[in-house]
Design a protein around this ligand. Structure first.
Ligand code: ATP
Ligand code: FE2
Length: 332
């Protein structure tokens, strides 16, 4: 079985082609790059995706060396995400499904980050740390859903990094810049905000911007931002491990690439006899292969296509609203 997955929740338009052994036949993408110091508007993203979508699709098919006729399932990111951007991927998916008479599957974006992490690392039943520009959640599989044990009460961690880096007039994405600067930094005081199992990044981000404007070195602000935010997340992850009794931690999402985050989580896991898994870098950020893989899991376990009339995007579709019906009947 072959699934073609379309990702368009935010800055990235991607098409990935995957078989039912999760071999990635191709994974092409084009990411919107704003000018220095700027973010993006939803309209700019949609325009970008419309312009690049045909080339990304054609490149994915030719790299996989297949034709549309060889594809069984068309999968697309249905939410959560930015509505204007989501609609471009959904429109292309519906068109391809109708034109080539293919099965259509609407995929939850957060679930795709988790499932690609599990299959590519061999992690079976982890506490999942999903950190990106649009999400910051600590989850674990309980009774048929990836339940959220802790999450950000305001902005996601990747977003906080990106805003801080924009203030510094450095290029996007912000996370890699913070990581690079932090290597030569020392600590300046920032607030540490954990409430129960939840975390908050707005206050820390505002304080970090203030420190930067008050002539603290970029390196020191970046170092402190990383240390504080990652300590908070490690604390909450440790409590989720203790609560669930699970013995694995899986890092997914764009921020999972950060080596300092990985080191902190590793120390905590070693102390608790748990094992740390990190999603491979090429699947950490948004891409079509993640979506294509969940399309296969979903279609194989349900055996049914999504009706076009029910295929509207859902920009607020939370990961813990998804019934993980394929989990008991694992796909070989
Ligand atoms: P989602 O829709 O799942 O929220 P997203 O659209 O934000 O995802 P991702 O590609 O998963 O996209 O994550 C991008 C984020 O990851 C950006 O905020 C970026 O700054 C951050 N990031 C990337 N690399 C690193 C790094 N090495 N350290 C910290 N953050 C990073
Ligand atoms: Fe993402």
């Amino acid at each position: 079985m072959i699934s073609l997955g379309i990702e368009s929740t935010a800055h990235t338009f991607g098409v990935g082609i995957v078989n039912d052994r999760c071999e990635i036949l191709s994974n092409e993408k084009n990411t919107f790059k704003p000018e220095l110091g700027r973010g993006f508007t939803p309209t700019e993203l949609a325009d970008h995706h419309y312009v690049v979508c045909k080339k990304v699709l054609d490149d994915a098919l030719s790299e996989a060396d297949i034709k549309m006729g060889d594809v069984d399932v068309i999968s697309f990111s249905r939410g959560m995400g930015i509505p204007n951007a989501l609609k471009v991927g959904a429109a292309l998916a519906r068109y391809l499904a109708v034109k080539y008479k293919k099965h259509l599957v609407g995929v939850n974006h957060g679930t795709a980050h988790i499932e690609i992490g599990k299959i590519k690392t061999g992690s079976v039943d982890p506490v999942i740390v999903y950190l990106s520009g649009g999400n910051s959640q600590i989850l674990a599989y309980v009774d048929g859903v990836y339940r959220v044990f802790g999450e950000t009460m305001d902005i996601p961690i990747g977003n906080a990094f990106d805003v801080l880096v924009r203030e510094m007039k450095l290029p996007m994405p912000g996370g890699p810049e913070i990581e690079r600067l932090a290597k030569n930094g020392t600590y300046v005081d920032l607030p540490y905000v954990v409430k129960g199992m939840d975390v908050s990044f707005t206050g820390i981000m505002t304080a970090a911007i203030e420190r930067f404007k008050n002539d603290h070195k970029e390196e020191d602000v970046a170092y402190s931002m990383q240390e504080v935010c990652f300590s908070m997340l490690t604390e909450v992850t440790e409590r989720a491990l203790a609560h669930t009794g699970k013995k694995e931690v899986l890092l997914v999402g764009g921020v999972a690439a950060n080596k300092r985050l990985q080191d902190m989580m590793k120390i905590m896991c070693n102390e608790r006899n748990a094992k740390l898994y990190v999603v491979p870098q090429e699947y950490a950020s948004d891409n079509g292969a993640n979506i294509a893989w969940v399309g296969i899991l979903d279609y194989k376990s349900k055996g049914k296509s999504l009706d076009i009339l029910e295929s509207k995007v859902d920009s607020k579709w939370r990961t813990d609203d998804v019934e993980i019906h394929w989990s008991e009947a694992r796909v070989e």
